[in-house]
Design a protein around this ligand. Structure first.
Ligand code: ASP
Length: 312
């Protein structure tokens, strides 16, 4: 058995491990772990308390993948319901679809009887107000400091996500039966343009699992993982016979082809292979991830492998 997560998954590691230890499925484990991060108001990058979009509305993205059946579920730009990962799972389990977005996702949550709530906490709202009112040039703001509605497209390029390098949660588990599942949940890029989807709900970009080879999940600059299909590429590199760190390095090297300024490239990945190998990489120095495997009395945090982006 194996469980790995981005470091902000620490609050969900024990609950997820308990499920694995009791003989439960990897799918149940990654969902349970992710829900506890979605519950955590101190985490401004996931679920309740997440940072909002440019207009001050929290919009959640999440996806879950069952590596044994290659089934997947996802929701994007979900408003008003904190458990985006459970909704993603219900899409997978109950609908003939993979992804629901926006109003349709919220409608499905309501139909399932999920609790509707305001996800914007006062601390997150305050950072939003300061971030927007304080950092954007005056001509973009109205008297209250909010972005003027007809200037959103210009403001989107100027507003800076305060946790750009640290958002989103990733969980990957391998259960006793060898089944691998992965889950990703996020409130996305803070101050994003309303309706923007990142890599987290896109199967193949921010999340991919195939029990025969392994799984990968990303945090960081979602647009890059979307353009390079980073999570799926990593699993394909595993399928081609690379070791888990080599496969992640190859997927990171693909980002060099995107023509970005290397100083701006932010990518983090956690990955496992089918034999129980695992690793985590980051383009930022000093980042960590959480892991637990058989024989350990509790989970541990370990440093990520640092990869310097090269760019073109
Ligand atoms: N990857 C997420 C996104 O682009 C954000 C993050 O991980 O910080 O929405």
């Amino acid at each position: 058995m194996l469980l790995i997560a981005s470091s902000n998954g620490d609050v969900g590691m024990d609950a997820a491990w308990e499920i694995l230890a009791a003989g439960g499925s990897a799918l149940d484990a990654v969902e349970a772990g992710t829900r506890l991060v979605e519950d955590n108001p101190a985490d401004h990058s996931v679920g309740y308390g997440g940072f909002p979009n440019l207009l001050g509305e929290v919009e959640l993205d999440a996806s879950i993948m069952d590596g044994s059946s290659l089934r997947a579920g996802a929701v994007g730009a979900l408003r008003g319901y904190r458990y985006a990962i459970t909704l993603a799972r219900r899409v997978m389990d109950e609908l003939p679809h993979v992804m629901l977005a926006g109003e349709g996702a919220a409608r499905f949550a309501a139909e399932l009887g999920m609790e509707r709530e305001d996800l914007l906490t006062e601390p997150a709202a305050q950072v939003w107000r300061e971030g927007i009112a304080g950092r954007l040039p005056e001509q973009f703001r109205d008297a209250q400091g909010a972005v003027m509605a007809d200037l959103l497209r210009r403001a989107a390029g100027l507003a800076t996500d305060p946790e750009r390098a640290a958002g989103t949660v990733n969980f990957i588990a391998q259960d006793r039966a060898g089944r691998i599942a992965s889950a990703v949940s996020t409130s996305g890029w803070a101050w994003k343009y309303p309706g923007r989807l990142g890599d987290s709900p896109i199967i193949g970009a921010g999340n991919y699992a195939d029990s025969r080879y392994g799984a990968a999940a990303c945090t960081g600059w979602g647009e890059l993982a979307m353009r390079a299909c980073t999570a799926r590429s990593t699993v394909l590199y595993l399928r081609q016979g690379m070791g888990v760190e080599q496969a992640c390095r190859a997927a990171f090297a693909d980002l060099d082809d995107l023509g970005m300024d290397p100083a701006k490239v932010i990518m983090n990945m956690v990955a496992v292979d089918a034999a129980g190998g695992f690793t985590a990489l980051s383009t930022a120095d000093g980042r960590s991830f959480a892991f637990r495997r058989d024989g350990m009395g509790s989970f541990d945090l370990a440093p990520r492998v640092y990869v310097a982006p090269r760019g073109l």
